[in-house]
Design a protein around this ligand. Structure first.
Ligand SMILES: CC(C)(COP(=O)(O)OP(=O)(O)OC[C@H]1O[C@@H](n2cnc3c(N)ncnc32)[C@H](O)[C@@H]1OP(=O)(O)O)[C@@H](O)C(=O)NCCC(=O)NCCS
Length: 225
């Protein structure tokens, strides 16, 4: 079971405010013990639930910095009738909804645009679905979209954000498209407060200067290594 996602500011800072709303609380609530008591009618009643806060699993940066950070246990899986419902139940925060369509909408968009060669996967950490990623994969050069390899949708469920999972997904996607011969990966984001630009910038994406359908276009140039 995952704890509520709030965190307090860095309280060592003299200007910190404990009530400042932030993105995550880096602990998970884990139920350790549930006690029940039999009633005369033969039913059980819940008498106590014990749990502990444990540090949330966070991917570690390598010695050479974030570029080396790999997040163990994160992998991409196909979406089938077995996991479709669970993946469609993933949610971003309320204020992030304007930046990304839901998984269900994305799957419908993919079905409506076969010319974009939609490629999508569920993101898993261990056996738990935690996100969704969709690309327009090596689209024909005459396609009106921003680029041949275009990161079309990416979302990490609100309970799993800021743990390095999004970064790891980008790293895996980059490996995949590079192996397919891509020399660049494009994406775009809707401007507005809380937009994902810092996330993409932290990975190395740069603005191209173009605007596509009101969205700011970013490019990651892929080295041949
Ligand atoms: C954007 C998103 C995919 C990032 O996934 P994530 O797993 O939370 O990101 P990571 O933990 O891998 O973050 C890696 C780095 O990116 C930067 N970053 C990520 N989210 C950030 C945010 N909200 N504000 C500022 N920087 C952010 C940070 O540098 C972070 O490293 P740090 O946590 O050590 O400071 C996720 O927040 C999300 O699903 N957002 C809603 C949907 C969305 O906007 N998708 C993109 C559509 S274009």
């Amino acid at each position: 079971m995952t704890g509520k996602c709030y965190k307090f500011a860095d309280l060592t800072s003299p200007t910190a405010k404990a009530s400042q709303p932030l993105d995550y609380f880096p602990y998970d609530w884990t139920i350790k013990n549930v006690r029940t008591k039999p009633t005369p009618l033969g039913r059980y009643v819940l008498t106590a639930v014990c749990g502990v806060w444990t540090p949330a699993l966070r991917c570690q940066a390598g010695e050479a910095g974030r570029r080396d950070m790999r997040c163990s246990g994160v992998h991409l899986r196909e979406i089938t009738s077995d996991n479709r419902e669970a993946v469609c139940a993933l949610r971003v925060r309320k204020r992030q909804k304007r930046f990304v369509a839901s998984v269900a909408t994305s799957l419908k968009d993919a079905a409506k645009a076969p010319q974009k060669n939609p490629w999508y996967r569920a993101v898993y950490r261990g056996d738990e679905p935690v996100g969704f990623v969709m690309l327009a994969w090596n689209t024909p050069t005459d396609d009106p979209g921003p680029g041949q390899y275009y990161l079309w949708r990416l979302l990490i469920d609100k309970h799993h954000q800021r743990r390095g999972i999004g970064y790891e997904v980008l790293a895996q996607i980059v490996d995949l498209v590079r192996a397919d011969g891509a020399t660049e990966l494009l994406t775009s984001y809707q401007p507005g407060e809380g937009n994902p630009e810092p996330f993409y910038r932290a990975f190395g994406f740069q603005p191209t200067g173009e605007i596509d359908d009101g969205e700011i276009v970013l490019r990651l140039t892929l080295s041949s290594r």
